[in-house]
Design a protein around this ligand. Structure first.
Ligand code: KG4
Ligand code: ZN
Length: 337
């Protein structure tokens, strides 16, 4: 019998619902929240209110697009965490209510594990390359920066983690002072293409092992702006493309250096990137270059699967369903997993 899963993602500021059947994605709907742009970052209370308004229409559309009805669903998967508690509560409550009403099993999903599992999503009529295990994945998002070793679909070991800011946070915080709207990553990426990545130098962290640090870079970036703005009030406007290119290239270098080290230390050449920052064109080119030089079997997600989406929750839910890993109606969301 086919296994059809309704998946819900609401960990931050995107309300998303997907229908996944036997590992194939039938629909993946995302309602973003423009309201946060006004505040330069996600406002948790506004996010949970917007999730409440969006969740029912988004699920409705996911059913319509997939051509399924509520009665076709075999299980409900949802993001339990990590994320904003108020936001997670909306998705969790919806999933619990839906499962209870239709007497369906509930599947809790770790948002970070789901980002990595995008590499296993299949689409009807499309050829698939799927990683084999062990698989080494660089997960780079707005809240997390990790090197993860996947031993099978559901067993992951964190080899390296950020000790302060995440890579996406470095893009967003530095972008904010340059006047980019939130989130700044895509805008910096676009303008960086017109700039010189060697125009400015920022301090790089010296961290042992496979961990990351971005707070030193952020401070170094802010000091550079402060010093130049004293003599030239238009410094940012006059150098924006070079600032973006230099900042992006420093972040990418930090990320790549850890990924290369992890591959060397583990001997794993099955490599992927995932998370919002994996949409970055500089990171994509750099990782492709490393793959060509080092003989990596490289996996880069399609753009729609880089940022938060419910398809990734659905594919993770599918593998948990196959293992019979269900959760009870007592489950509560977790801001930290
Ligand atoms: O994975 P995600 O959607 O949400 C979290 O789980 O955090 O990632 C969002 C992050 C934001 O920091 C955003 O600026 C960054 O991904 N981002 C990018 C790009 N697209 C999104 N950063 C750099 N270049 C991009 N093209
Ligand atoms: Zn995410």
């Amino acid at each position: 019998m086919a296994v059809t899963i309704l998946a819900i993602e609401s960990s931050c500021d995107d309300t998303s619902a997907a229908v996944v059947r036997d590992g194939y994605i039938l629909s993946n709907l995302i309602a973003g929240q423009e309201i946060h742009r006004l505040y330069g970052g996600v406002v948790p209370e506004l996010a949970s209110r917007a999730h409440q308004a969006n969740i029912v229409p988004v699920v409705d559309q996911a059913f319509i697009k997939a051509g399924v009805k509520a009665g076709d669903i075999n299980a409900v998967a949802f993001t339990r965490g990590p994320g904003l508690l108020g936001s997670l509560l909306v998705g969790t409550s919806f999933a619990k209510g839906f499962a209870l009403a239709r007497k369906l099993p509930l599947i809790e999903v770790n948002h970070l594990q789901a980002h990595v599992l995008v590499h296993f999503i299949m689409k009807e009529g499309k050829e698939h390359r799927i990683p084999s295990f062990p698989f080494l994945c660089l997960l780079v998002s707005g809240g997390h920066t990790r090197v993860i070793l996947m031993k099978d679909h559901l067993t992951m070991e964190v080899l390296g983690n950020t000790i302060d800011d995440a890579a996406g946070e470095a893009f967003d915080k530095c972008g904010k002072v340059m006047g980019f709207p939130y989130p700044a990553g895509p805008g910096i990426d676009k303008l960086a293409k017109e700039g010189n990545p060697k125009a400015f130098k920022f301090s790089k962290p010296y961290i042992k092992g496979l961990d990351f640090s971005f707070s030193g870079l952020k401070t170094s970036f802010l000091y550079l702006l402060r010093d130049h703005l004293k003599n030239d009030p238009d410094f940012i406007e006059n150098n924006k493309a070079d600032l973006c290119a230099s900042l992006q290239s420093t972040i990418v270098n930090i990320l790549i250096s850890r990924l290369v080290k992890a591959s060397q230390e583990t001997g794993v050449n099955e490599i992927g990137i995932a998370g919002g920052v994996s949409a970055n064109s500089g990171l994509r080119s750099a990782v492709m270059e490393e793959a060509a030089n080092r003989g990596w079997n490289l996996f880069i997600p399609e753009f729609s699967f880089t940022t938060d989406n419910a398809a990734m929750i659905g594919i993770t839910g599918y593998y948990k369903y196959l293992r019979g890993e269900f959760t009870s109606q007592d489950v509560a969301p977790l801001a930290r997993f």
